[in-house]
Design a protein around this ligand. Sequence first.
Ligand SMILES: Nc1ncnc2c1ncn2[C@@H]1O[C@H](COP(=O)(O)OP(=O)(O)OP(=O)(O)O)[C@@H](O)[C@H]1O
Ligand SMILES: [Mg+2]
Length: 141
Amino acid sequence: MIKIIKNEQDTKKFGLELAKELKPGSVVALTGDLGTGKTTLTKAIAEGLEIRELITSPTFTIVQEYYGGKLPLYHFDVYRICDTEEMYELGYEEYFFGQGVCIVEWADLIIDLIPENAVIINIKYGKTPEERIYEIKNYNA
Ligand SMILES: Nc1ncnc2c1ncn2[C@@H]1O[C@H](COP(=O)(O)OP(=O)(O)OP(=O)(O)O)[C@@H](O)[C@H]1O
Ligand SMILES: [Mg+2]
């Protein structure tokens, strides 16, 4: 399905709603160009999971773990990954098929590893600086 996001507040609302549907083992795969709002959406989902810690995107860490909320959150940013082998080295299966929620920024770089039932959100820029177009699979917003 396609959803038009008018502004950042809409992104936040979407993330809070999506968080309600997430369960242990849920994977949310985010794709979209630089600055389309993958981290902003991740922060909203984290807020929906009642995680109070600050969500950051450190340059050289592929996965950040947050345990303060309703479910563990594993935030992947695979932008700098060179080879999917790196995902095996960090034991991605323990995360993807574990007891927490995984959010993956730049999921297209490891698309072969993304589970079939993952919520996939491809974000595109819209007509205004704040508009985004979400192309969503496996979730009815
Ligand atoms: N509708 C919107 N949704 C999300 N962010 C928006 C929106 N409109 C404007 N923005 C702005 O766009 C920027 C999005 O940055 P963000 O870091 O979330 O993007 P990103 O996709 O994670 O980037 P990167 O590719 O570097 O990881 C922020 O500065 C935010 O304020
Ligand atoms: Mg980001």
